[in-house]
Write a protein that binds this ligand. Sequence first.
Ligand code: NAX
Length: 327
Amino acid sequence: METVHVAITGAAGQIGYSMLFRLASGEVFGHDKKVHLHLLELPQAIKAAEGTAMEIDDCGFDTLAGVDCYDKAEEAFKGVNWALLVGSMPRGPGMERSDLIKANGPIFVGQGQALNKAAADVRVVVVGNPCNTNALIAQHNCREIPATQFSAMTALDENRAKAQLAKKSGVGVEHIKNMIVWGNHSTTMYPDYENVSINGKAAPEVISDHNWFESEFIPCVQKRGAAIIAARGKSSAASAASACLDHIKRFITPSKPGECFSAAVPSDGKLYDIPRGLMFSFPIKSLGQGKYEIASDFNLSANAQAKLKKTSDELVSEREVVKDLLG
Ligand code: NAX
């Protein structure tokens, strides 16, 4: 039976704990494959990762090939098929976004270099924030692996947006299609309500209160992470883990005709006026097995184009902050 090797960084953190058991269970890669988990943690958290590994063993999943813990990236990434880069430093009190970018950037330099040496054909998914720019750093430090094999996660933003639309229109989430969140995983992201469909109709045809999209829907999705922290006292964990698994499933399963999902991937500079090289969240059509195309046929109103420009400008300025780390 084929074995899929998956590395998870920050494995002892809250997202790691919510994700590992589901990865081991066969839910993501199927019951006809085994999963070997490579857990990477900082030396001070390795004991906690080992405890989690013991629990994974104790579940008796018949799809689990093994679980190993590492505190060195190059060892953890050896021969992996997927690398889920979750571990990074949380934003501390009084820290600006640019401080966080500078603090976390070096982690992704080291992990990019380690992937370059250790993994030949890997799909890299960055969850640790600021995820778009961290993915850019990792990709620039990993030149042996095609840039298109790097992505950053905006699936949680898409899922949050779908949940809001489903509630507002009184339909199940499965009837919401093409809910694209464009740009940066930050408060400048643009949840595109003009191209999303509800039960096969454009969302503004179904939800007559058009003011709601701008005044409630967009701010709710953009600030959902902060609202979770305010309510729970901790940042999103199970929903982020679930979204990361959705991200992988969406990339390994060919998209149905006419359907797209959101993920940040490198811009080729040709579509939607987004500067080349930025890790920008676009509408993605999966071709299966991690391969994809960016959908080129989305219509963007002047309002939408202005919103894309804002989030793209933010990513350009983040790239400027980390320019010394781009290899
Ligand atoms: P936790 O603080 O619970 O866990 C992070 C773990 O990473 C810790 O166990 C820490 O020891 C480990 N770590 C730190 N540096 C490391 C390194 N260099 N190598 C290996 N492990 C390292 O955070 P958690 O709640 O799990 O969140 C992880 C990251 O996800 C954060 O950056 C967070 O901001 C980000 N998020 C991203 C989301 C997205 O949609 N893209 C949403 C959820 C979440 O906010």
